[in-house]
Design a protein around this ligand. Structure first.
Ligand SMILES: Nc1nc2c(ncn2[C@@H]2O[C@H](COP(=O)(O)OP(=O)(O)O)[C@@H](O)[C@H]2O)c(=O)[nH]1
Ligand SMILES: Nc1ncnc2c1ncn2[C@@H]1O[C@H](COP(=O)(O)OP(=O)(O)O)[C@@H](O)[C@H]1O
Length: 311
């Protein structure tokens, strides 16, 4: 672990990853030794939720309902795509609309957690998209296809996988047509792909949960239930932790899983709260990009609190 002096509180603690799942994965991918640094992020993030299903089944509708009812709890992973925006879609909100050449280069540079060619266009989840949601203290929702879900399943991201099924193919076709966002040719392509997607969604073992979206309200209730959101409004949204100021003069020691930074403040009156503890016992090594679970707090070294908190 290194602490960078003079950096912002959110950017001052970094970990060198040794043999974490991510490093092993990247070593295998590149066929060479890999050095990975990841930023120490205080607190933890809840498991991301991966939602898949054929075009027109209602994924977007269900996700919107969830985000509307629990705005402080969920954040959407904004994917990249090479398809053209629909009339109501905003760049950076619904998707990052991008050129194929740019996206292919970013994929090559390892910026994507997963990507797939779907209905003739390239779609992908950037590592940054998922991490940005987790940084904001929210639970990340990914709307991705079955191939993407398979890649996420094989990655270091620990997630919940949900597949949404239509009641019938006929109903799926009606929804796609009624939505009115695709040309006839695109609708037919999406319907052709839907059969294989449903087959794989049900049988591949990727998805831990399958929900039928027949009646929308019922399906939404079932979704909330499996996310543990039924009943009273959840209160487990953690406030963002406050920043810490790292002084220029300090000494560092280690007791068990706690790293203590002793700040040398010359004035006695300022010398209470002069010890910062970094509890690394719950670290989740695990880039991409971040090591989560770091617990940082100030200790008053002149009180019994020190012994209490360290015992
Ligand atoms: N693998 C992958 N699939 C994605 C991503 N973003 C969207 N998709 C999937 O691409 C498919 C087409 O999405 P879209 O063009 O928005 O059409 P819609 O499903 O009819 O709303 C859907 O199955 C999405 O779940 C992504 O980042 N990665
Ligand atoms: N249970 C449902 N019953 C009827 N229409 C639905 C239901 N769920 C969604 N829809 C409608 O079907 C269309 C496709 O839904 P959408 O959320 O865009 O699907 P997806 O994101 O899976 O492509 C939308 O017009 C939506 O309002």
């Amino acid at each position: 672990m290194i602490i960078i002096r003079g950096s912002t509180p959110d950017d001052c603690i970094w970990f060198l990853e040794a043999d974490t799942k991510y490093v092993k994965e990247q070593r295998k991918f590149w066929g060479t030794e890999v050095v990975a640094w990841s930023r120490g992020v205080r607190g933890d993030a809840e498991k991301p939720v991966v939602i898949s299903g054929p075009s027109g089944v209602g994924k977007g509708t269900l996700i919107n309902m969830l985000m509307k009812e629990f705005p402080s709890m969920f954040g959407f992973s904004v994917s990249h795509t090479t398809r053209a925006p629909r009339g109501n879609e905003k760049n950076g909100v619904h998707y990052h609309f991008t050129d194929r050449s740019v996206m292919e280069k970013d994929i090559k540079d390892g910026k994507f957690l997963e990507f797939a060619s779907v209905h003739g266009n390239l779609y992908g989840t950037s590592i940054e998209a998922v991490e940005a949601v987790a940084d904001s203290g929210k639970r990340c929702i990914l709307d991705i296809d079955v191939q993407g879900a398979r890649s996420v399943r094989a990655s270091s991201l620990d997630a919940i996988f949900i597949f949404i099924c239509p009641p019938t193919m006929r109903e799926l076709e009606e929804r796609l047509r009624a939505r009115g966002t695709e040309t006839e040719e695109q609708i037919l392509k999406r319907l052709r792909n839907a059969e294989a997607e449903i087959e794989q969604g049900k049988s591949s073992g990727i998805f831990g949960h399958i929900l039928y979206n027949d009646n929308l309200e019922e399906c939404y209730e079932n979704l909330k239930e499996l996310l543990g959101l039924n009943g009273s409004a959840p209160t487990n949204h953690k406030p963002s932790p406050k920043g810490i100021d790292l002084p220029s003069n300090h000494s560092v020691s280690k007791i068990d899983n706690k790293i203590l930074i002793n700040c040398e403040t010359p004035e006695l009156e300022k010398a209470s709260k002069n010890l910062i503890a970094l509890d690394v016992s719950s670290l989740k090594g695990g880039a991409p990009g971040r090591t989560r679970g770091l617990n940082v707090y100030a200790l008053d070294s002149f009180s019994d609190g020190l012994n209490e908190k360290l015992s």
